[in-house]
Write a protein of this length. Structure first.
Length: 288
């Protein structure tokens, strides 16, 4: 039996300003759809009762919490609190869940509005290296007896849903901490000059293009990166360059996160509707 600790992490850099970086759907629409679908996610794996899932919003830059705009407790739906209290959990799902989801959505809106007016940037490398390890915990699998006398293994899967455009800009200018448009242009030009026909093998063999793996292992994390916006496309979504920014970024992100220890990494471009987001997350959770 699997439970899920879903950590929703928005990159609150200037990518959230639609005037600068327009995209099909605003982050808040997609984040709200995740919370609206909690009852659906609770049924993954044919689960009916005793789900211990958690769904929460986390921050790359914790200064948002220090602003006192929101309280972290209002950005979380936690079924772990009902462990061994089946009746209370059922009552909560019927009578209180919808209210708490509305509270989360209201606070998500406040966060985005605050961040638009108070841009703070997003240190993605340091988030995965250090900050995120305070946002989840490794829970040792439990073995419990079923009514039939069989041992049942109950474990928790940590899932990070990162909202980012894929470009990484860090104050640390050393190689391995940034993935800027300028760097992507260089990789694209070097690839063309090489006459190599396999982009993945080309990037894999050039360590100077890679993001440094994190000091702390990500082995307990399953990472779903969404909403990458390809700036190499024109307004009609036609590629101005080949390979595209997204094709290059996806390979580098996968190499980085897997080399850092995460076994399950998937990366997607911006979604055109909410249903795509929910189906993608459900499939990702189901395969763990």
């Amino acid at each position: 039996v699997k439970n899920y600790n879903v950590i929703i992490v928005p990159d609150l850099s200037n990518r959230i300003d639609s005037k600068i970086h327009p995209k099909p759907l605003h982050d808040t629409v997609l984040i709200n759809s995740i919370f609206d679908s909690i009852n659906y996610f609770l049924k993954i794996g044919n689960r009916k009762t005793n789900q211990l899932d958690q769904y929460k919003v986390d921050f790359i830059n914790r200064s948002v919490l220090n602003s006192n705009i929101v309280d972290a407790s209002n950005l979380k739906i936690d079924f772990e609190q009902f462990k061994n209290k089946q009746l209370n959990a059922s009552e909560y799902k019927r009578n209180k869940l919808l209210t708490d989801v509305k509270t989360v959505k209201s606070n998500v809106s406040k966060i985005y509005q605050y961040s638009l007016n108070n841009p703070v940037g997003a240190d993605l490398w340091n988030y995965f290296n250090a900050t995120i390890h305070n946002s989840y915990s490794y829970i040792k699998p439990e073995y419990i007896k079923s009514q039939d006398g069989y041992d049942i293994k109950r474990e928790t899967k940590n899932i990070v849903v990162l909202f980012t455009d894929g470009y990484i800009e860090n104050a640390n200018q050393a190689n391995g901490y940034n993935l800027t448009p300028k760097q992507i242009d260089k990789i694209r030009n070097d690839y063309k000059k090489s006459q190599n026909t396999d982009l993945r093998s080309f990037i894999s063999s050039h360590k100077e293009y890679h993001i440094k793996k994190t000091d702390e292992s990500l082995k307990d994390l399953n990472i779903l990166v969404v909403e990458m916006v390809d700036r190499s496309l024109n307004k009609n979504s036609v590629a101005k360059y080949h390979p595209t920014d997204f094709q290059i970024m996806r390979i580098i992100w996968e190499l980085w996160l897997k080399e850092s220890g995460s076994e399950n990494v998937e990366i997607y471009q911006a979604f055109s509707n909410k249903k795509e987001m929910i189906i993608t997350l459900e499939k990702f959770m189901s395969k763990l």
